[in-house]
Ligand binder design. Structure first.
Ligand code: SF4
Length: 408
């Protein structure tokens, strides 16, 4: 990238934007134009629980690499100053990319709400991984430090972890502490609310999950406890979209898209807007790997038009019609109904990365972190009881076998 400090050439911009078809998905949401012309229009902010910090309602997820400085730069300009990463993203390259940005624009560091994560509850490992993240990102502190993939609050957020968080805050290396949750959110959120020392949580939350009464109660408990909430996986991608039986994906998706386009926004933008309608959600963390998606999502964040009751009904109907392709992360249900140790929900996530996102590397990264014994258990297990108990009616056995074969 031929960028001078603080500036990117028009050629750089067109090169980056052109390769992904800028304009092809961006809808004419009026306020976007203002943001692009460099006026003061910025993505709005919301209080992050009772932490005293306000964050933009749209956060930049960790899909970017060293070559993507222009996306970081444009995100900053548009007020997308919540940047989320993890020590594992891109095998450390996402953190290194943020570090590269901060070395070019050190004056921007205090204006970024920087989040990173490590998947361990061991205090010694947390210290090592935090130090590595600080080094990679050319910074002396992290605004929000998460333990990654927490699914059992009692076992993973121990008194030792609490002491570590307090000491690390006192040393000025982290400002806030919390965790990310991809499964069992309905149990882990209320449990965190009772702990009294969790500042923030990032959890899967979208138009499919937010209508469930258990999830509504879980979010409410956190809001009452003053925990800042960030929604992820807001597009609710399919975990199992390769079966003809879930072919309703195509027809229903087409109808949904057409209806929203008539109103001036895409179905993807509508899925963001419905999450923002819950004031308890401080921010949405969204993977925005290019300018097209960054601009479309920013346009949605700037747009003040509310979804109608009918719009929300359309999303609910679509969620219902396509439920059997989406894993809701309620792992406590299915995993207890199989005789072998198999993290069904995690393997469903591999399937989502591979079959929906088309990201074999990400799927493999997660799949290869599972012990070989667990993969072999897929071949031995009988999933019929788990399938009967699954509220989404997923064909669990078939999905797991498919991912076993595809990622072998
Ligand atoms: S497979 Fe079904 S029961 Fe298991 S986590 Fe996914 S949605 Fe829940």
């Amino acid at each position: 990238m031929s960028a001078k400090k603080g500036k990117f050439s028009r050629r750089d911009f067109l090169k980056t934007a052109g390769t992904v078809g800028l304009g092809s998905v961006l809808l004419p949401l009026g306020s976007m134009a203002e943001a692009q012309t460099g006026s003061q229009t910025m993505v709005p902010t919301r209080p992050f629980g009772k932490t005293g910090v306000s964050v933009p309602i749209l956060g930049l997820g960790g899909d970017l690499g060293l070559q993507d400085m222009i996306v970081f730069r444009q995100a900053f300009k548009m007020g997308v100053t919540y940047w989320d990463t993890a020590d594992s993203y891109g095998w450390g390259n996402n953190e290194k990319a943020i570090g590269k940005y901060f070395s070019k624009f050190p004056e921007h560091r205090p204006r970024i709400f920087l989040v990173t994560k490590a998947a361990t509850s061991n205090p010694k490992k947390l210290t090592d991984q935090l130090n590595q993240s600080l080094k990679r990102m050319n910074t002396s502190y992290i605004d929000m430090y998460f333990i990654h993939y927490v699914s059992n609050v009692k076992n993973e957020l121990t008194d030792e972890v609490k002491a570590w968080a307090e000491q690390t805050k006192a040393r000025g290396k982290i400002r806030l502490f919390g965790f990310s949750a991809h499964k069992n959110m309905e149990e882990s959120l209320p449990a965190a609310a009772e702990l009294g020392w969790i500042d923030g949580i990032m959890m899967s939350y979208n138009y499919r999950l937010m209508v469930k009464p258990e999830m509504q109660r879980a979010v409410e408990a956190c809001a009452k406890a003053g925990i800042g909430l960030t929604a992820m996986k807001t597009q609710a991608a399919f975990s199992a979209n390769f079966y003809a039986s879930i072919g309703s994906d195509t027809d229903d998706a087409l109808k949904l898209t057409e209806k929203f386009l008539e109103k001036g926004y895409t179905a993807e933008q509508a899925r963001l807007k419905v999450v923002w309608e819950n004031p308890a959600i401080a921010s949405i963390c969204s993977g925005m790997p290019n300018m097209t998606i960054l601009q479309a999502n920013t346009a949605a964040a700037l747009n003040k038009q509310k979804l109608s009751w009918r719009d929300k009904q359309r999303l609910e109907h679509y969620a219902h019609q396509t439920a059997s392709g989406y894993c809701a992360g309620c792992a406590n249900i299915c995993e207890s109904l199989v005789d072998y140790n198999i993290p069904i929900s995690d393997i469903m996530r591999c399937s989502m990365y591979y079959h929906s996102y088309g990201d074999r590397d990400k799927a493999l990264g997660l799949y290869n972190s599972l012990p070989a014994e667990i993969k072999e258990n897929i071949l031995k297990a009988d999933f019929s009881n788990a399938e009967k108990g699954c509220p989404q009616k997923l064909q669990i056995g078939k999905v797991l076998m498919k991912i076993y074969e595809d990622l072998a």
